[in-house]
Design a protein around this ligand. Structure first.
Ligand SMILES: CCCCCCCC/C=C\CCCCCCCC(=O)SCCNC(=O)CCNC(=O)[C@H](O)C(C)(C)COP(=O)(O)OP(=O)(O)OC[C@H]1O[C@@H](n2cnc3c(N)ncnc32)[C@H](O)[C@@H]1OP(=O)(O)O
Ligand SMILES: Cc1cc2nc3c(=O)[nH]c(=O)nc-3n(C[C@H](O)[C@H](O)[C@H](O)COP(=O)(O)OP(=O)(O)OC[C@H]3O[C@@H](n4cnc5c(N)ncnc54)[C@H](O)[C@@H]3O)c2cc1C
Length: 660
C-alpha cells in the first residue's frame, strides 16, 4: 500500500464504515451488498476481460455469456430478486456487474413494461417467461426517423377483424425500429410501440408483443428483418439493433391492454389514462440516474481523488519537497465539488425513488394527481444528473493528466459509457422542456391564485429581493443557499412566463412563442431542478440519524454543491441584484475555505463509495494507491507487447531500414 495513501487515511476524521452503511441504507444492507459482490466477483464465469482490449464482437459475446449465466443460474441459485429495479438486491447487483451488460433492456425495460402496459392475464402469461429468460425481449420504440416525437412514430399495427389478428408494419425506411438494445442479435421478442389502427382509424401509440425470431433456430421469422446497427460510441456490450416488419401477423391478445383495448369488432376502448403509456418511462429514467450516472460519477471521483493523493508534482516552496497534486487548490476545485455532487445526487435520487414508489401506489388506487410533478422531477433529475455527470467525469479525467487519457485509468471508459445518458431515455433538452411545460402551468396556476404544493410550492412563496449575507460563514448556511436557488429559479420562471405572455399578446402562436423562448425555458427548468437537488439533499442530511462528525461533513458537502454552482454560474444570481459582487466574492472565499477543510477527508469520502478494485477497473485509482506499479503492469500485458519485435516491423520497417 502506498505510504501516501496510508497517510491520507490516517487524516480521515470520521468512521468510513459509518458513511458506507449510510449510503447503503443500513449495516445489514452493506453486508448484503458485499456478499452479493463477493459472490459475483469470485465466480470465474462472471469474470470480465480487461477494459480496452476487446473488439465489439468480443464484448458482445462476453456479456451475453456472463449475463445468461448470471440470470439463469447464479442469480437463481442465490435467490436474488432481479426483476424489481428498486429492490435492494437489484440496486446492489447492477453495481457489482460493473460494466454495461447484455439483457439490461430485457430485464430493465421489457420485463417491467409488461406489467406497465399489460392486463393481469397478460402479465401472468408473459412475465414468468421473460423473467426466466425463456424468451428474450427488447423495447422497440425509437425508429430511424423518430425517437423524441412519439406521436409521429410510423410503425403501424392494424387490426384484421377476419382473423382477429394485428398486422404489424414498418411501411417505409424511416419507420424501421432503430436503436433498441438487445435487439440486434439476441432478442426473440420485441415490445413494439406502434400506431394502433382499427376500422381505418388511428388511435395512437400502443404496445404490442411481436415475436421476431424463431424459438428453435433463432432465425428471423417470416416478414422480419433484424440486425445490428453497427459500431457505436461505447456500450458495445449490447447489440443495438434495427428491425423491419413486413405484414407480420400477431394474435389479438398480443396488444398489451391495461389502458386500452380493441373488441372483436375492432371497436377501440380507452380504459385508463393514456398518459400512463408515457409514465412507464419514468421508471427507467430514475433507475438509470442512480445505476448508471451516479455510479459513474462516484467511480470517477474515487479514481481521481486517490490518484491525486499519490501523484506528486511540483512544490509549494522553492526547491522544496514535491507535494501531492491534491494540495493544489485548483485540483481540489476539480475533485471535491464532484465528490460533493455525487453525494448530493445520491441523496436526491433516494428521495425521488421513495416518491416514485408512493406514486405507483397512488396510481394503483387510481390517483394520478401527482403524475405531472413526478414526470417533471424524473425528467429533470435524469437530464441534470446526466449532464453534470458527463461534465464531471471529463473534469476528473483531465484532473488526472496524461494517465487520465489512458484506458488503464478506467476514466475514458466511464466517460464514453455515460455520455449516451444525455440522449437515451429522453434527450436532455427535450426533457428540460417537459419540466418547463410543467413550470409554466404552475406559474399560470399561481397567477390564478391556485395553491401549489410539493417540489414547486416555493414558487408561490414571497422571497426577499436581496440576499442578506454579509459574511463568508453565512454562505455555508443551507437555508441561505436554498433561498438563493429559490430566488434564481423563481425569477427565471417569472421572466420567461412574462415573455411568453408578451409574445402571445403580440399574436404569436403558442408553439412558435414556445420555440422562440426555449433557451430561457430550458434555463428555467435547470434552475428548478438544481434547486430541487440543493433542497432535497440538504433535507435528507438534516433528517439523518448519524454521528455529529458525519453530519457535519455531509452538511459541508451540501453547502459546497450549492456554492460551487453559484461561483461557477453567477450570472442568474447577480442578474436582478439578488446577490451583489461583494457577496459573490464572499461566496468564492467561503468555497475555497470549504475545499481546504474537506481536503483531509478526500480519500475517506471516496472510500465510503466502497467500490472494489475489480469494479473500478482502474490502475491509478485502486485502493492501495500503487498507481505506477499497476500502470507498468498494464503496459507489459498489452497485446502489442506479446513479442519484442512486432510482425509488422519485419514486414514494413525492416525492408526500408535495410535499404541503406
Ligand atoms: C434492471 C435495471 C438495471 C439498471 C442497469 C443500469 C446499467 C445500464 C447502463 C446502460 C444501459 C443503457 C440503457 C439505455 C436505455 C435506453 C432506452 C431508451 O432510450 S427507450 C426510448 C426512450 N424514449 C424516450 O424517452 C422518448 C422521449 N419522448 C417522450 O418522452 C415524449 O414523447 C415527449 C414527452 C417528449 C413528447 O410527447 P408529446 O408530444 O405527446 O408531448 P406533450 O404534448 O408535451 O405531452 C403530453 C402530455 O403527457 C405528459 N407526459 C409526457 N411524458 C410523460 C411521462 N413520462 N410521464 C407522465 N406524463 C408525461 C406531458 O406532461 C403532457 O401533459 P399535459 O398535456 O401538459 O398535461
Ligand atoms: C445507447 C442507446 C441505447 C438506446 N436504446 C434504446 C432502446 O432500447 N429502445 C428504444 O426504443 N430506443 C433506444 N434508444 C434511442 C433513444 O431513446 C433516442 O435516441 C432518444 O430518445 C433521442 O431521440 P432521437 O434520437 O430521435 O433524437 P432527436 O429527437 O432527433 O434529437 C436530436 C436533436 O433535436 C433536438 N430536438 C428534438 N425534438 C425537439 C423539440 N421538440 N424541441 C427542441 N429540440 C428538439 C434535441 O434536443 C437534439 O438536440 C437508444 C439510444 C442510444 C444512444
Amino acid at each position: 500500500e502506498s505510504q501516501l495513501i496510508i497517510k491520507e487515511r490516517q487524516q480521515t476524521t470520521f468512521q468510513v464504515e459509518e458513511l458506507i452503511n449510510l449510503l447503503d441504507g443500513g449495516k445489514e444492507k452493506t453486508a448484503l451488498r458485499r456478499s452479493i459482490e463477493q459472490t459475483i466477483l469470485s465466480d470465474p464465469l462472471m469474470k470480465t476481460d480487461k477494459i480496452g482490449y476487446l473488439t465489439r464482437e468480443q464484448k458482445y459475446v462476453q456479456s451475453v455469456r456472463r449475463m445468461m449465466y448470471f440470470f439463469t443460474d447464479l442469480a437463481k441459485r442465490n435467490k436474488w430478486n432481479i426483476e424489481d429495479p428498486h429492490c435492494p438486491e437489484m440496486l446492489f447487483l447492477s453495481r457489482s456487474l460493473s460494466s454495461v451488460v447484455a439483457f439490461m433492456i430485457h430485464m430493465g425495460a421489457f420485463v417491467p413494461s409488461i406489467s406497465s402496459f399489460g392486463t393481469l392475464e397478460q402479465v401472468s402469461k408473459w412475465q414468468p417467461l421473460a423473467k426466466e429468460c425463456l424468451i428474450i425481449g427488447c423495447y422497440a420504440q425509437t425508429e430511424l426517423g423518430h425517437g423524441t416525437n412519439l406521436r409521429r412514430l410510423e410503425t403501424t399495427s392494424t387490426f384484421d377483424r377476419n382473423t382477429q389478428e394485428f398486422i404489424v408494419n414498418t411501411p417505409n425506411l424511416s419507420s424501421m425500429k432503430w436503436w433498441p438494445g438487445d435487439m440486434g442479435k439476441s432478442a426473440n421478442h420485441a415490445m413494439v410501440m406502434a400506431q394502433l389502427i382499427t376500422n381505418g382509424e388511428n388511435h395512437g401509440m400502443q404496445a404490442f408483443i411481436v415475436p421476431i425470431r424463431d424459438m428453435t433456430t433463432h432465425k428471423p421469422l417470416p416478414g422480419v428483418e433484424v440486425g445490428n446497427i453497427g459500431s457505436i460510441m461505447s456500450l458495445e456490450d449490447t447489440d443495438n439493433g434495427y428491425l423491419r416488419l413486413n405484414n407480420v401477423r400477431i394474435p389479438k391478445e398480443n396488444m398489451l391492454a391495461k389502458y386500452a383495448n380493441v373488441d372483436r369488432s375492432g371497436r377501440f376502448q380507452q380504459t385508463g389514462n393514456n398518459r400512463l403509456m408515457y409514465a412507464s418511462m419514468m421508471n427507467l429514467r430514475i433507475v438509470l440516474t442512480r445505476e448508471q450516472m451516479i455510479h459513474a460519477l462516484q467511480k470517477a471521483c474515487t479514481i481521481a481523488a486517490r490518484y491525486s493523493c499519490v501523484r506528486k508534482q511540483g512544490s509549494l516552496t522553492p526547491n522544496g519537497p514535491e507535494i501531492p497534486i491534491m494540495d493544489y487548490v485548483t485540483q481540489q476545485n476539480k475533485v471535491i465539488p464532484r465528490i460533493a455532487l455525487a453525494y448530493a445526487l445520491d441523496f436526491t435520487i433516494m428521495e425521488v425513488r421513495h416518491r416514485y414508489v408512493q406514486f405507483l401506489a397512488d396510481v394503483t388506487r387510481g390517483d394520478l394527481s401527482n403524475m405531472a410533478e413526478m414526470h417533471a422531477i424524473s425528467s429533470g433529475i435524469k437530464a441534470n444528473a446526466s449532464e453534470r455527470t458527463v461534465a464531471g467525469v471529463e473534469t476528473l479525467r483531465r484532473a488526472c493528466g496524461g494517465h487520465g487519457y489512458s484506458m488503464a485509468s478506467g476514466l475514458p471508459y466511464l466517460l464514453l459509457s455515460v455520455t449516451g445518458s444525455c440522449t437515451y431515455e429522453g434527450e436532455n433538452t427535450v426533457l428540460y422542456l417537459q419540466v418547463a411545460r410543467y413550470l409554466i402551468k404552475t406559474a399560470a396556476n399561481i397567477s390564478m391564485g391556485k395553491s401549489v404544493d410539493g417540489s414547486s410550492a416555493y414558487l408561490a412563496e414571497n422571497t426577499e429581493a436581496r440576499c442578506s449575507a454579509t459574511s463568508q460563514e453565512e454562505f455555508y448556511d443551507h437555508s441561505l443557499l436554498d433561498a438563493c436557488f429559490k430566488h434564481r429559479s423563481k425569477q427565471l420562471l417569472q421572466s420567461v412566463a412574462m415573455d411568453l405572455q408578451g409574445l402571445l399578446a403580440e399574436g404569436k402562436q403558442q408553439m412558435e412563442a414556445w420555440n422562440l423562448l426555449s433557451i430561457q425555458l430550458v434555463n428555467s427548468a435547470k434552475a428548478h431542478i438544481e434547486r430541487y437537488i440543493v433542497a432535497t439533499s440538504a433535507s435528507f442530511v438534516r433528517k439523518l440519524n448519524c454521528s455529529l462528525k458525519v453530519k457535519k461533513l455531509l452538511n459541508q458537502l451540501c453547502s459546497l454543491v450549492a456554492l460551487h454552482q453559484i461561483t461557477n454560474f453567477p450570472g442568474d444570481f447577480l442578474k436582478d441584484g439578488y446577490l451583489d459582487s461583494h457577496q459573490l466574492d464572499l461566496a468564492r472565499k467561503a468555497e475555497v475555505k470549504l475545499l481546504q477543510s474537506l481536503r483531509h477527508n478526500v480519500v475517506g469520502l471516496v472510500d465510503a463509495f466502497d467500490f472494489r478494485d475489480e469494479i473500478l477497473g482502474s490502475c491509478i485509482g485502486a485502493y492501495d494507491g500503487n498507481a505506477y506499479e499497476r500502470l507498468y503492469d498494464y503496459a507489459k500485458n498489452d497485446v502489442m507487447n506479446k513479442n519484442d519485435v512486432h510482425e509488422e516491423s519485419y514486414q514494413y520497417l525492416r525492408p526500408h531500414l535495410h535499404r541503406g
